[in-house]
Write a protein that binds this ligand. Structure first.
Ligand SMILES: [Zn+2]
Length: 421
């Protein structure tokens, strides 16, 4: 029979990592039963407030002998109990088991957990309806991700290879030869991506916390992900595991009208810029209307040079914008991940004419213009000039280090589909 196992929320900022625990469980159970595929790493709605790092849950499926089921379940629970960071106040692990085929109702729930905000009560109801076995540790918020991960069909997916450090090295500086990472990127990009930021000369595949992950390599081709990993010069590792994942699939985005937006939604909207940019601190904002409502749209400071393109939008432009909806200063605000200018209106600038007498430059003096060279005076009449728009008809996206796990980079095939496909 088929047995699905899901776990989530076992980690804390001080260590552990749900993928590591998931990988350990996958290796352990694979000795007792036949894995049906690679383990799944499922990212849920990136906007929910209580997420653990990156909000990733892990699920896996096995063909098992019926008599082994109790033993396997016992083993999984034992490992969660032993390895999860149960002492951390914000770590509330959940483990879920489901036997047989995944019902459609569960898949529907999975997408709800990716697009919106779901409560533990909803999860428990769905679990009961689909006959899933739910185990909560402490308040057990992890059952949301654990159940949702089991329900994800992964029709679209990417890979991530995660290499885990030897336990005695956890918390020490990671030994990753940077040069080998740049070499790897040259050879394997874009089949593996987000390896480095060439502009900042920085390496992106290493996390910075105390968790067991040494490097994570993302890609769209399993073999090349593995070859890329093998080309790196690294400290000795404990083991590595390739996951199939919904990362970088734009899974979280769906089209919505502004009037229907709720806090924590991840959405695509289409509308007109009704107020061109203003800045607060280092954040850049515009206002967009789609006829059903108006929405403040933000490019926050960490999106760096991406803000430049948002500043180029002017009133009347029509855009498709994608991102997460979150209250900012009490107002629903779209935190931009990418945007596409559908229609750019002509941009008019008013300029002073040249001096009709001598061709010199005119200077404003109250209601008059006065020639700097010959002193000719005339009433101030400015000339409208259409200036070229710097924006192109293409999708603009935030830089890799500001990108959401689920957001699809434009360099990947289908990177434009969700927005303009
Ligand atoms: Zn003049």
């Amino acid at each position: 029979m088929m047995l699905h196992i899901g776990i989530d929320d076992t980690d804390s900022p001080d260590g552990m990592c749900t993928t590591y625990l998931g990988a350990l469980i996958y290796r352990e159970i694979s000795r007792l039963a036949e894995p049906l595929d690679l383990p799944k790493l499922i990212r849920l709605n990136p906007n929910v407030p209580y997420k653990t790092r990156g909000n990733g849950a892990v699920a896996m499926s096995f063909e098992v002998d019926e008599e082994d089921v109790p033993k396997i379940k016992g083993l999984v629970l034992e490992m969660v109990e032993k390895l999860a960071e149960l002492t951390h106040e914000n770590t509330n692990p959940g483990a879920v088991f489901l036997e047989g085929e995944v019902p459609k109702e569960l898949t529907d729930f999975t997408y709800k957990a990716i697009w919106e905000h779901v409560t533990i009560e909803e999860v428990e109801k769905v679990a009961k309806d689909v006959n899933a076995e739910v185990h909560k540790f402490k308040c057990g918020r992890g059952i949301v991700g654990a159940l949702a991960a089991i329900g994800h069909p992964l029709n679209n997916f990417t890979y991530e290879l995660l290499a885990y450090r030897k336990r005695e090295l956890w918390g020490t500086p990671r030994k990753v030869d940077e040069k080998s990472v740049f070499e790897m990127d040259k050879k394997f990009y874009p089949f593996t991506y987000d390896n480095v930021d060439w502009g900042k000369r920085s390496v992106l595949i290493t996390p910075h916390g105390k968790d067991p992950v040494l490097v994570g390599i993302r890609g769209i081709d399993k073999n090349r992900v593995l070859l890329a990993f093998e080309s790196l010069v690294l400290e000795e590792i404990e083991f590595h595991q390739i996951f199939k994942t919904n990362q970088n699939t734009d899974d979280h985005l769906r089209f919505k009208l502004i009037k229907d937006l709720k806090n924590y939604d991840s959405v695509i909207i289409r509308g007109k810029v009704v107020k061109s940019y203003w800045e607060r601190g280092r954040h850049v904002f515009i206002e967009v209307s789609d006829g059903t409502g108006e929405l403040r749209v933000a490019a926050y400071e960490p999106t760096k040079e991406f803000r430049r393109y948002v500043r180029m939008l002017i009133e009347g432009d029509e855009i498709i914008a994608a991102g997460g909806v979150k209250e900012f200063e009490g107002e629903l605000t779209l935190n931009l991940e990418k945007f596409y200018p559908v229609k750019l209106v002509p941009k008019i600038e008013y300029r002073k004419p040249k001096c009709p007498e001598c061709g010199g430059t005119m200077k404003s003096k109250g209601d008059y213009l006065r020639c700097k060279r010959c002193g000719y005076k005339m009433p101030k009449k400015l000339i409208p000039v259409e200036v070229s728009r710097e924006l192109e008809r293409k999708i603009y996206e935030v830089p890799p280090d500001a990108r959401r796990h689920l957001s699809r980079p434009l360099v990947l095939p289908g990177g434009e589909n969700k927005m303009i496909g």
